[in-house]
Design a protein around this ligand. Structure first.
Ligand code: PLP
Length: 370
């Protein structure tokens, strides 16, 4: 009997549109401003700690509960280790939330809120993929035109929003717009939801406010954080949830036993011992962000205000997709999204001041030759 591999795959997986990560090309001299990586390296103490750990111990399993890291995080955030779940990047903890809190079932006519993963658009483009992988229903509701959050009253009026959705994911500050949200407005939204609310704070270290107190106050709110962006550790894949012990315990039940690799744990622990180093870099990135925004505004770009390590800009003269290619031809890589509400924009990661200067110089050249 011949087995056809295609027949062995679940229909759900056949239909699935996988998440598309930003490109990681290895072009010499490329100015890479497309995936919101930090332009500054991890602190020397972190690099030393990781190098020191690379020896015969690699044959051993890492600590299964990231015990030391959770203890340090609990101290930093003023909670207990039982309030922390660490994952293989925050992507993993987001996926765990879908699996722990949402019933699969996207087909029923009267969609049960128990099967609904809800989020605003535009926001992190992984959310719909996680819902699809799980066979859950998606409720994607547009942000306002300026990417601000609709108020609870507006959401009630529009009638599209599901206040009973099993899981609501909010990117705050928002990606890809960069817009920051006030804790007060997030709190109102959290109060109105009966299901779990995840506040995805991947970029919060570049913002003026964070909503961590909500995860320590409400029984249904989790905050997701990551070491990837602000702490220059994309490579090591460490992210985490902070939230009520009962929800954390449920997530802990379903994660892989050794979900956080040993070197990642060591790197993250050493990061927390050297926060001063990172905070100095947040300031630099914010200064570069504001300066680049001013320069691009002068050159005719519409620059949206940002509380993150990237800016969303509407370029002049040509469509954004053409700008993507023109910049790429000149060895500058930025990000463009095809989703209609943002297809007129480019998302530019904030790099070093030198990278910003090169971008501005290149933009000027493109405009002059237009
Ligand atoms: C909003 C948001 N959340 C989470 C992540 C994932 O981060 P991590 O590297 O911790 O998986 C990203 C990465 O791009 C992001 O933009």
């Amino acid at each position: 009997m011949t087995r056809r591999p295609q027949k062995l795959i679940r229909p759900l997986v056949h239909r699935l549109h996988a998440y598309v990560p930003g490109e990681q090309p290895k072009i010499p001299g490329l100015v890479k401003l497309n995936t919101n990586e930090n332009p500054y390296p991890p602190s020397p103490k972190v690099l030393r700690a990781v190098k020191k750990a690379v020896d015969g111990r690699l044959r051993l399993y890492p600590n299964p509960t990231a015990e030391k890291l959770r203890a340090k995080l609990a101290k930093l955030h003023g909670c207990r280790p039982e309030n922390i779940l660490v994952g293989n990047g925050s992507d993993e903890v987001l996926a765990l939330a879908v699996r722990a809190f949402v019933e699969p079932g996207s087909k029923s006519k009267d969609q049960s809120p128990k099967s609904v993963v809800q989020y605003f658009t535009p926001s992190y483009s992984l959310y719909p993929v996680l819902a699809d992988i799980h066979g859950a229903a998606k409720n994607a509701v547009p942000l306002k035109l300026d990417f601000s959050l609709p108020s609870v009253a507006e959401l009630q009026r529009e009638k599209k929003w599901d206040f009973r959705a099993a899981l609501t994911l909010v990117t705050t500050p928002n990606a890809p717009s960069g817009r920051g949200y006030r804790m007060a407005e997030l709190e109102k939204l959290c109060r109105a939801q009966t299901g779990v609310v995840v506040l995805d704070e991947a970029y919060v270290d570049f913002a003026a406010e964070n909503a961590l107190p909500l995860a320590l106050k409400f029984p249904h709110v989790l905050v997701a954080r990551t070491f990837s962006k602000a702490y220059s550790l994309c490579f090591q894949r460490v992210g985490y949830f902070i939230g009520p012990a009962a929800l954390i315990a449920a997530l802990d039940k379903i994660r892989d036993s050794y979900n956080v690799n040993g070197l990642g744990q060591i790197a993250a622990e050493a990061t927390l011992d050297d926060l001063k180093y990172y905070r100095a870099h947040f300031k630099k990135i914010i200064i570069t962000r504001e300066g680049l925004g001013r320069e691009l505004t002068r050159l005719g770009f519409r620059v949206l205000p940002s509380r993150t390590n990237f800016i969303l800009v509407r370029p002049p003269l040509f469509p954004a997709k053409e700008w993507l290619q023109k910049l790429r031809d000149r060895k500058i890589l930025v990000r463009w999204f095809s989703a209609p509400e943002i297809s007129g924009y480019l998302r530019i990661t904030i790099g070093t001041p030198a990278a910003a200067a090169q971008l501005v110089k290149t933009v000027r050249k493109i405009l002059v030759s237009a």
